[in-house]
Structures are given as C-alpha cells and as structure tokens.
Write a protein that binds this ligand. Structure first.
Ligand code: ZN
Length: 317
C-alpha cells in the first residue's frame, strides 16, 4: 500500500487539511471556518472526525501514516500552540497530544513558516538545497530557516521570529507589545499601515482614497499599483526597501543559498520582489553579492497543507 499523510494548516480564518502522497500529490483537500469552534477541544474533535470520514475514500489503496500540522506560534519541541494572537483559544494548546489521542496516529506540529519551508524543500524550488530561508508575508511575518538540511528550531523552538526584529526606534506598535518590529511594516497588515500613512501625508491622487482602511488588501494594493497608482507603487517600494535591507542583514548571519517569499503579500509578484531584490543586493556584504537567489515560493496553492504533510514524511526533523 502507498503511504499517505494528512497535512493541516490552521489559520485564524480557515483550517485547511488535505491528503498528500509521498511524491507530493494532494489527493483531496477541504476546509472549515476556524472561529466556528470557539472551544479548542471541540475544534480538535471536529477536525479528527472529518479526517477519519474523508480518509474512507482512500483506505483501500493507501495507508495513513501520520498527521502534520502547521499553525501560527506552534512550537515543534513542545507540541503546543503558544500565545497565538490570531487564534481565539487559550494561550497554551496541547495540539499534538489531543489530536494524537483522537486519531491514534503520530502527529507532528510546527509553525506555519517552518511548514512552508519544508514544503518548498520537499516539493518546490528548494529541492536539493541545504541552506535556505522562507519568509511568509501574511498577517504577520514569519521565517523558516533551513540550516544544513534541517529546520533550525533554536534552544526552545522559537527560532525564525524575524518579524520581531526591531528596525525602527520607537516605531509602530506591534502585537508582541514592543515597538518598531519588522512585521508592523513588512506584512500584508504592515503595508496597509504604510498606505494609510502615505495617504495622510501626501496630496497625491489615489484610487486607494476611495477604499475604507479595513477593506484594503494586498491584492487591492497590487491591482492599484499595476494600474499606475503612485501611492500603491511607493508603498511596495518602501516595503521592499525595509525587507531587502533586513534580508541582507540576516544573510550575513547564515549565508543562505536562496530566500523564498510566500504568503498573501508575495502574491503581488514583481511589485514586492523587485524592490526587495534591489535593496537586498545593495546592502549585502561584498562576499555575498550576486550569489544569493531571492524568489517567490513555487508552492502558492495549498502550500500550508503540502508543507505540513512534508513534516510527516520527514518524520519530524
Ligand atoms: Zn513584535
């Protein structure tokens, strides 16, 4: 029988799960609205139920060997989701234990950025690379670091919190309680804050003036920028400058072969990639110049599910 893994991507809005083969074929995927389950135990029970039910379609041909989960603020070493600001449950959620009890299968948990990095390594453009980073640009900014072929967890599992590198003295307030963190500027939320600042500061005409702040999205900004909107273009340039410079600094620490960008803001394509590339290259140490690739993730569809499933085939890390 062929082996099959369940990959689960838990987000504040949706929880997506899918059945993935060892060669990276996603046989089916489903999702449900995470806030429908305000009690964590009920969420885990529902998830287990759906997985058992949907696996029936494949049980004659496949053996289910494990479950991989990617979630914000998930800790690989403790098996818990800890202090996730965009999930409404308690501060300490023992997901590996609970899901393992329900499904009687090995469960591996890691944060969403590490899962995306694993997906890139197993099924995407990082195949065969031993040293690379993947940066997720979503509500916040996360980073999966692969060193010598393995995800780097750090002493307690908190490595890769690049979103909370402080880049501005007394800068924008961050959800972590501090000020000036990278993700308050460089993320889908960060670029919105930049746009609203630019709109207040400049008289420039902009289609963005007609959109209420909470309706602005990375996608709408990209559409405006491709349509020639100067405020939107400048916001991408500003965001790319800050990201590029930070990546150059981080590269001085771990000398990666490549850095991949993924998540909602990365879907803006060249609008974010080009200025980031330019400012990274400008600020790189001379020994690293011209040698480091910066690319968009090749796994934009079901990246979270694929990456979490890869965690099973990697048998943890
Ligand atoms: Zn922060």
């Amino acid at each position: 029988m062929q082996k099959l893994a369940v990959g689960i991507d838990i987000g504040g809005t949706n929880t997506v799960y899918g059945f993935v083969t060892e060669t990276g074929l996603c046989l089916s995927h489903s999702s449900f609205y995470t806030p429908n389950y305000p009690i964590f135990e009920n969420f885990v029970r529902e998830l287990s139920l759906q997985i058992r039910l949907n696996f029936k379609a494949f049980e004659d041909e496949y053996e289910l060997i494990g479950v991989g989960v990617g979630a914000p603020n998930a800790n690989y070493l403790s098996g818990c989701i800890e202090h996730a600001v965009n999930l409404s449950w308690d501060k300490h959620l023992p997901l590996v234990k609970l899901l393992g009890d329900h499904l009687a299968l090995p469960v591996h948990l890691t944060n969403d950025a590490n899962a995306a990095a694993l997906g890139e390594m197993f099924y995407g453009s990082a195949k065969g690379m031993s040293n690379f980073m993947l940066v997720t640009l979503g509500t916040g900014l996360g980073c999966g670091i692969v060193l010598d072929g393995k995800i780097f967890n750090g002493h307690e599992g908190y490595a890769g919190e690049m979103g909370h590198i402080i880049i501005r003295d007394q800068g924008r307030s961050c959800s972590c309680g501090r000020k000036g963190c990278l993700e308050t500027y460089v993320s889908a939320t960060g670029i919105k804050r930049t746009v609203s600042k630019f709109l207040a500061k400049y008289d420039e005409q902009s289609v963005l003036r007609d959109i209420p702040f909470n309706k602005i999205s990375a996608k709408k900004l990209a559409v405006a920028a491709y349509g020639g909107d100067k405020v939107a273009i400048e916001a991408f340039e500003y965001t790319g400058r800050l990201l590029g410079r930070t990546l150059a600094n981080v590269a001085a620490m771990n000398n990666p072969e490549a850095i991949f960008l993924s998540g909602g803001l990365a879907k803006a394509g060249d609008l974010i990639l080009k200025p980031t590339q330019y400012h990274m290259e400008e600020n790189l140490l001379s020994v690293l110049k011209g040698k480091m690739k910066l690319e968009l993730s090749s796994l934009e569809t079901n990246a979270g599910v694929m990456g979490s499933a890869a965690l099973v085939f990697a048998n943890g890390y």
